[in-house]
Design a protein around this ligand. Structure first.
Ligand SMILES: [Zn+2]
Length: 323
């Protein structure tokens, strides 16, 4: 029996799924230690896989293939991390193929986290009906990945479709962590909220001035009764609408699928975006569907598991051809 492991390494947690060719048998979440080296996190991953293998009475060496979702740009052909964003920096020197081979005797597929989540959503979530869609994840940053013509969009340097959080929506806007100004992420993400609140001209009239923790849940809750929260909420919705119009004009998708904890407020977000984008996007064939993710936080680990299975099947097909 062939077994597969999907791993989704995030900034705060690691998700691991173990399963066979029919389904995922078990998933486990552990804390990621981004203050430690990538190698220390690899040890945490190995230990967790060991524990769940023991629980399922599976040997390490029974694992045939591993899918790994990494939170930065990745060369999925050479299986190398191209660039990191101030966390897990030693991953650039890591030999993924050697690790999976010597530790598990397994194949490995490595992919950028947004693309892996998009793949999971495409194969087993809200993306199933589509050959062309953009997945947009709203959170600390804004991440995107694209399925185009029935394939994940990758590009010459492996970054096509991944930088949707860094499309410019205001060329004179706020400075972004990427060095550009007025990126989607700099204008409307959890990271941008602090600035939006502190610099609002009517902040002294708002309940927000008394809040120590300001996140999107706070903004959306308070927007019912607080004018400043309402203006910040609508500013963010307008920034995301502008971003989605750009995605539609760039990628010609059938759908935009949005994920992130913020989608707890999808009853407000989806109708707003549908109306705004519907009036702004140039799509003479009709309206692009704007939907909520079905897998949400589990899209990445699902994608990694399915990618592991795919990699195994690809090698098995090759073996049959050579026989
Ligand atoms: Zn940027």
């Amino acid at each position: 029996m062939a077994y597969f492991v999907g791993i989704d390494l995030g900034g705060t947690r690691i998700k691991i799924a173990l399963g066979d060719d029919k389904r995922i048998l078990i998933t486990r979440n552990v804390k990621a230690r981004k203050e430690l080296s990538f190698m220390s996190n690899i040890r945490i991953i190995e230990d967790t896989i060991k524990v769940i293998c023991e629980e399922q009475k599976i040997m390490f060496m029974d694992i045939s293939s591993i899918g790994f979702s990494f939170p930065s740009l990745v060369n999925n052909e050479l299986k190398k991390v191209i660039s990191t964003n101030d966390k897990f920096n030693d991953a650039k020197e890591f030999d993924w193929v050697e690790w999976s081979k010597s530790t598990f005797g397994a194949y490995i597929s490595l992919e950028n986290d947004a693309r892996m989540a998009c793949y999971g959503e495409w194969k087993s979530g809200a993306g199933r009906p589509f050959t062309d869609f953009v997945m947009m994840t709203l959170g600390t940053g804004v991440g995107t990945a694209v399925i185009m013509d029935g394939n994940p969009l990758v590009g010459k340097h492996f970054q096509a479709g991944n930088l949707g959080g860094h499309l410019t929506v205001d060329y004179a806007g706020a400075l972004c962590s990427c060095g550009n100004r007025g990126c989607v992420e700099a204008e409307a993400s959890s990271t941008a909220l602090k600035r939006l609140v502190e610099t609002h001209p009517k902040i002294l009239e708002s309940e927000l001035k008394n809040r120590s923790k300001i996140d999107f849940a706070t903004i959306f809750d308070l927007a019912e009764s607080d004018l400043v929260a309402l203006e910040i909420r609508d500013h963010c919705l307008d920034v995301w609408s502008a971003a989605i119009v750009n995605y539609i004009h760039a990628y010609d998708p059938e759908a935009i699928i949005i994920s992130g904890g913020i989608m707890n407020s999808k009853k407000i977000i989806l109708p707003y975006l549908r109306e705004k984008v519907g009036g702004l996007a140039w799509s003479p064939w009709g309206h692009v569907a704007i939907l909520s993710s079905e897998l949400n936080d589990n899209a990445g680990v699902n994608g990694a598991f399915l990618m592991a299975k795919n990699e195994f099947e690809k090698h098995e097909r090759k073996k049959i051809k050579l026989r």
